[in-house]
Design a protein around this ligand. Sequence first.
Ligand code: NAP
Length: 292
Amino acid sequence: MDLTSKIIDGKAVAALVRKDVAAKAAEFEAWAGFPPGLSVVLVGDDPASQVYVRSKEKACQEVGFHSQVFRLPASTPQSELLALIDTLNKDPRVHGILVQFPLPEGFDQTAVINAIDPAKDVDGLHPLNAGRLASGLPGLVPCTPKGIMRLIQTTGVDLTGKTAVVIGRSNLVGKPIAAMLLAANATVTIAHSRTVDLPNVVRQADLVVAAVGRKELVRGDWLKPGAIVIDVGINRVEGKLYGDVAFAEALEVVSAITPVPGGVGPMTIAMLLENTLEAAFAIQEAKTNGHN
Ligand code: NAP
């Protein structure tokens, strides 16, 4: 069998999403008179964050969004950051607000998340949006898990009754993807650093989502033959990127797998664009209907 046919091409799926977002952004602009707007706030000079913010800015420009990046020094007082968020909350041309994490030491990340208007929370991290997802209600959801669901859809597999194991329990990836898989009728287990006999837990899974941040933690012989594997991990070792799954070993066993890079990563930015577009339509519609 051609092993490469098992590789889920996140770049290709993301390119289709971006094309669709660009078309709908033009429709939005024709209707509203101005484009969807995303404001990104970067505090400090973390090199990885700078790269992420630049690629978000470029992606916005490519689909015709208005994007603004606020670069603040690490010495900025928290009150000043909160005041900027307040200004952006009130700006009718801003539909999405993204504060790039991690924030430098000394900032209260929870207070910053809580300060963002939930209607503009395109990262889906505000407790109101997290609660909506947990309750099965519509709302803005975190970009990486949203992108993962889209990649799983491309396999054509119905998750109903399937056993899914999510490794990792962060608010950014593990918890929201578990909620989404549950909503898709999978039987979901969330594993983490205290899980006993992880290889055996993973061996039960028809679908594995690895969101850990440990280079090649998941080995080929942990996987059930025919499983679908989504590798979220980004582990930079000596300038090279590795996932949380030993890719070559896994490829022999699985029915489908995402590569690192080129799997989940491109989907995260594509979903950020989609969330911003959704927020733009929702905010503008509420305004048109006199709710705002
Ligand atoms: P995180 O907040 O550090 O969470 C990591 C999770 O892994 C925790 O729940 C932790 O368990 C668990 N864990 C750590 N060591 C483990 C082990 N040996 N066995 C089992 N579980 C273990 O990370 P995150 O933000 O969710 O991100 C996870 C990875 O995905 C990172 O590599 C990150 O760079 C990557 N990521 C990629 C994208 C993308 O767009 N591709 C987006 C977001 C994140 P405890 O809770 O018990 O500590």
